[in-house]
Design a protein around this ligand. Sequence first.
Ligand code: UDP
Ligand code: MG
Length: 321
Amino acid sequence: MSLFEVNESEKFDGISLIVPVYNEALSIAPFCDRVMKVLAGVCNFEIVFVNDGSRDDTERTIESIMQGDMPFPVTLVSLSRNFGKEAALASGMQHARGNAVIPMDVDLQDPPELIPEMIEKWNAGAKIVNARRIDRSEDGFFKRTSAKIFYYIYNTMTEYPIPQNVGDYRLLDRVVIESILTIGERSRFNKGIFNWVGYETSEVTFSRPHRDIGSSKWSCWKLIKLALDGIFTSSTLPLRVWTYIGLTMGCLSVIYGLVILFTTLIFGRDVPGYASTVLLILTFGALNMFALGVMGEYIGRIYEEVRQRPLYIIRSISRTR
Ligand code: UDP
Ligand code: MG
């Protein structure tokens, strides 16, 4: 098979698996083997690897697999640096040619065995088939609890709640992908976007297995950033809520003022307490800072949007056929 430059007008009659990879050299071959075993004879498929600025042998490993005799087409999109999984997925969607697309992790924590069931539901008319985790015990207490808190906050705030425990692993019909590709936002939160576009949705369930090879590429900081992106890109409630907080605080201040006025008139001069004064200053100081911080989050995102920088930069693209 020879590698050649991609012609975007080509279409592929089958399913595109989009696989973002970041320092995953050891996971590539097991992933290809397992996918091949499970999907052989089930459907036509291609794999679109997005190398998200890996610093290990990931790119060379994929290239050597592409030079071998794979029974399915492989595309390798290499980004110029690590742009993060959300951006990597977006570039994968741009280069997938299939009738349906499935974003998958390369570490086999998204078991390919679910794909035939997803395809069944897709053939029955669903445009999106979510894979919902019914067991997250492998995730550890911290990740599980923080995910629960995040879903609660997110779903209370936004008009378009996202289903709990559904990751990026899902089947998306070509019409859904075309709709997603019209969204040009820079702060990406794919789980919110997948949901926002609408369409008939169905689901399959699974237990998330352990990661056998390598380790999670999500640091605590990256997860917090993703959660904040999710909330701030999907709702303006944090911005608007300050009107109500300010109004309530204003009313309370008037009531407190009246209480001081009457106690002074009735009982004589009130000696103001040092502790309560300091407490009030600190509380209002903190509230002001917090409100400013929330505005900063939105202004920062507005700045990102108006700068109009691309979401990712592609260093090279190659395809086997
Ligand atoms: N990933 C990526 N860029 C990043 C972080 C992760 O492309 O900056 C890829 C990673 O290689 C894997 C998938 O995203 O294929 C999921 O990552 P991981 O398994 O670390 O996430 P977890 O399962 O811990 O949520
Ligand atoms: Mg994983």
